[in-house]
Design a protein around this ligand. Structure first.
Ligand code: KG4
Ligand code: ZN
Length: 340
């Protein structure tokens, strides 16, 4: 499908605990990207409470959309399409975005584009690099997913490997909680790790089978929890920054090694990063250094486009529209939606 110059998409994202709306022109020009985070609400529970998340999305969605249109300096009549995350995610949370998007597309009589949340994370790379040439390797690391993907062409993904248990972000969040660092754990643990020694404690790495690009973080998680329990039983003092740095080192070591190996084996010269954990500076630096040794280029979205946001959904939605992959008004939220 052809899109006229200045094609303007309003994108919505509400799959977890961020209500976000963005105005994206021609796929990569972000006019506005409003994110209303519910972190403060969920903080006291130590994680996202699905029922509360849905209610907060309901309260937030209209003001967030209005703000995105105002900041983007566009009227409803100037919109050419509505893009929305329809899965995977929390069903009640997804439904708020999906219902809003359907109502707007119907009222304005413009196309509706249902977008996979991970496709959004992956396409955030086009926001930092609009001329990105495919194929590339993409490491998707978020709170719910850890996948190594050969991104062959628009909408064409080959899953090389994924986590067999916890997602990387989930492991960060659980260990951060065990260390008493709070929620959300990833950024807090990274900050704590800056003060520690990554070589202080050798935690196990799950390399799995020689040829496997799968990941596993549950053994590492148990090992850190055992380390903390043992210290407590022995009444020994724990050096929290050292535990944080050594845990982060173990996660990053496996992520970087497998990602670079995948690029080398598949003969791909560019690695892209996606998802909330891609905001981790230690991961970025280590990946950059390792890839450089193999002559491989690294592309990382700006921090704001790594964690959940609607601009990435608008970007993915635009390229989907060009392929004619639009949705009808029966679009429903699919909590366990597959990438292809
Ligand atoms: O992509 P995202 O915003 O939401 C999901 O789709 O899951 O990712 C959130 C995850 C959380 O687990 C959070 O702790 C982690 O990304 N995260 C980080 C960092 N920033 C966010 N993990 C490690 N280091 C960070 N700087
Ligand atoms: Zn996400």
């Amino acid at each position: 499908m052809k899109a006229k110059k200045g094609f303007t998409i309003l994108a919505l994202e509400s799959s977890c605990d961020e209500t976000s709306a963005a105005v994206v022109v021609d796929g990569t020009e972000v006019k506005s990207n409003v994110i209303s985070s519910q972190i403060n609400t969920h903080q006291k529970f130590g994680g996202v409470v699905p029922e509360i998340a849905s209610r907060k999305h309901l309260e937030n969605i209209t003001p967030v959309v209005e703000k995105a249109l105002r900041q983007g300096n566009v009227t409803l009549e100037e919109l050419n399409a509505i893009a929305v995350t329809y899965g995977p995610g929390l069903v009640g949370a997804l439904l708020v975005g999906v219902s809003t998007a359907k109502a707007m597309a119907y009222a304005l009589n413009i196309p509706l584009i249902g977008v996979h949340h991970l496709a959004g994370h992956i396409y955030a790379n086009f926001l930092v690099c609009p001329n990105l040439k495919l194929p590339v390797i993409c490491l998707v690391v978020s709170g719910g997913h850890t996948s190594l993907i050969l991104w062959k062409d628009h909408g064409d993904y080959e899953m090389l490997g994924s986590t067999r248990d916890d997602a990387a972000g989930e492991a960060f969040d659980k260990i951060a909680r065990a260390l008493g660092l709070g929620y959300p754990g990833g950024p807090l643990l990274e900050k704590e790790a800056l003060k520690g020694d990554p070589q202080a404690i050798v935690f196990p790495r799950a390399w799995l089978e020689e040829e496997s690009f799968d990941f596993s973080f549950s053994g590492l998680k148990s090992s850190v929890l055992n380390y903390l329990n043992r210290a407590k039983q022995m009444d020994e003092e724990v050096n929290i920054p050292d535990v944080a740095a050594s845990f982060q080192e173990a996660v990053v070591d496996v992520l970087v090694t497998k990602t670079v190996k995948a690029a080398v084996e598949k003969g791909i010269d560019t690695i892209t990063l996606a998802g909330g954990v891609a905001a981790n500076q230690y991961l970025r630096q280590r990946l950059l250094a390792d890839a450089k040794r193999h002559g491989i280029k690294i592309i990382c979205p700006q921090l704001i486009y790594c964690t959940d946001n609607a601009a990435m959904i608008g970007c993915a939605g635009y390229f989907q529209y060009l392929q004619g992959k639009t949705s009808d008004l029966n679009l429903n939220a699919i909590p366990n939606l597959a990438l292809y």
